[in-house]
Design a protein around this ligand. Structure first.
Ligand code: PLP
Length: 442
């Protein structure tokens, strides 16, 4: 685009640099030039390259790792041989995706992600079925992509086509399929977008943070459901204890608790350390007297309502709750069971004479105290991709009154948690062929 040359040619305006007010003529010219450049910038934004999985290049690693024979993994310590990297440039858009050997990234010390945390992540798993020749499966990856795009928009990281990213993640799983352990283990996959400059003098981006590039990468680590140690669906679970925490909070109205942003997690470390020191594993986050989440998991309570009547409830999505894929799936399975408890939707472990209602609502901590003291708190469990389902058998209160407890169950899971766990893990591991929630990788 041609820019009108003013009579007294001004010094060029560097994009992104504040306009200097020198004199009336200069100022007019500079504003014209600035607006022209801004216009060019906007046009460029529209023509930035979209994420394109067909441009993938693969550089194979020299090593092919083996899974440990005893299938014992330290969480986050066994990584796949490869990782997927896609650079994003503010002037060009998404560059060609690459699968490369797993290894460290180089960061400029001025990287925005180190200072302001424009960074997000997702957590998903690739499952291997125990049938011969079966393909690795992903569980509802479209939900992860939709959430990832919402997180990106909230901190002005670049948008991308979720279907293209799924294609690339499938490719990574194909390349590293020897790293998917058998059920009930799975390969944990962590798509991440941090924003950082890969070259110190990168051109100014269309973002209100310092010069930089974004990079999306995903790597996998072999994982197991955190508390199961048997390779069957009737795994043993060790219930955890929560400390109801009101002196610190994970999220708040108008905040970003509903996004999977990197910045949401470090502020939970010190409160969790305090809970650990008092003999609890996780915080039960509370907000204005209401319960919120159990550590980094969504929280479910099972309440006895009357003879044979049971309510399963979880806090509603009011902006302070992370909308978990597992939470959504658990609600759907419970609602299907409640609507049709004789057909294939039946959750076997739940007694057939229970009349189940399923709700998403505000749950006051005081209500939980009253119900637990009256013996009506039947089960509490957390849900999330990593653990799938984690039973809670004790909740500590900050006022020092006795801990709330739930009944104990053999194997660690109450009937509702067990019914849901058996169903969800059988879907995830491909025992329900063609289920709409499972997506084949190859
Ligand atoms: C990731 C996460 C969850 C669980 O979400 P899933 O999609 O089920 O894995 C719950 N709470 C928080 C705070 C999380 O970060």
């Amino acid at each position: 685009m041609s820019i009108p040359t003013p009579p007294s040619a001004p010094t060029p305006v560097t994009p992104g640099v504040e306009l200097q007010i020198v004199g009336p003529t200069d100022l007019g010219a500079k504003i014209v030039k600035h607006l022209a450049e801004k216009h060019v910038g906007e046009q460029e934004e529209e023509t930035l390259r979209p994420l394109d999985a067909s441009k993938l290049t693969i550089t194979r690693s020299a090593k092919t790792s083996k899974l440990p024979e005893d299938l014992k993994f330290v969480w986050g310590a066994t990584f796949t041989d490869h990782m997927l990297i896609i650079h994003h440039s503010p002037t060009e858009g998404w560059l060609d995706p690459q699968i490369v050997p797993y290894g460290p990234l180089q960061l400029d010390p001025a990287s925005a992600c180190l200072h302001y945390a424009p960074a997000l992540f997702e957590g998903m798993k690739a499952y291997r079925t125990d049938k011969p020749d079966s393909k690795p499966l992903l569980f509802r990856p479209d939900m992860n992509m939709a959430r990832m795009k919402r997180s990106a928009a909230r901190v002005r990281l670049p948008d991308f086509d979720g279907d293209e990213l799924i294609k690339l993640i499938k490719k990574l799983i194909e390349v590293d399929q020897h790293m998917i352990p058998p059920p009930p283990h799975a390969l944990y996959i962590r798509p991440t977008i941090p924003f950082f400059p890969t070259k110190p003098a990168a051109p100014a981006p269309a973002l209100p943070i310092p010069n930089g590039e974004s990079i999306a990468y995903t790597n996998g680590s072999s994982a197991e459901p955190s508390s199961s140690d048997e390779i069957t669906y009737s795994a043993q679970f060790s219930p955890i204890a929560l400390l109801a925490t009101t002196s610190a909070t994970r999220s708040w109205p108008g905040g970003v608790g509903e996004f999977k942003l990197a910045g949401n997690y470090a502020p939970c470390f010190a409160p969790q350390q305090k809970a650990l020191a008092k003999g609890y594993q996780q915080n039960l986050w509370c907000l204005e007297g209401r319960i919120s989440e159990a550590g980094q998991m969504n929280m479910f309570c099972v309440l006895k309502k009357g003879e044979g009547e049971v309510e399963v409830t979880t806090p509603r999505l009011d902006g302070t709750i992370l909308p978990g894929v597992t939470r959504d799936s658990v609600l759907a399975l419970l609602r299907a069971h409640a609507a049709n408890s004789s057909g294939s939707d039946k959750l076997e472990a739940i007694p057939s004479d229970w009349k189940l209602t399923v709700s998403e609502r505000d749950i006051e901590l005081s209500e939980l105290v009253t119900e637990a003291r009256a013996g009506n708190l039947l089960e509490v469990f957390g849900t999330g991709t990593a653990a799938i389902l984690c039973p809670v058998n004790r909740i500590g209160l900050e006022d020092g009154s006795p801990d709330l407890t739930t009944p104990s169950f053999s194997g660690g899971l109450g009937p509702v948690a067990r019914g849901v766990y058996e169903k969800i893990s059988s879907i995830q591991q491909g025992d329900v062929p063609g289920h709409q929630w499972t997506v084949e990788c190859l």
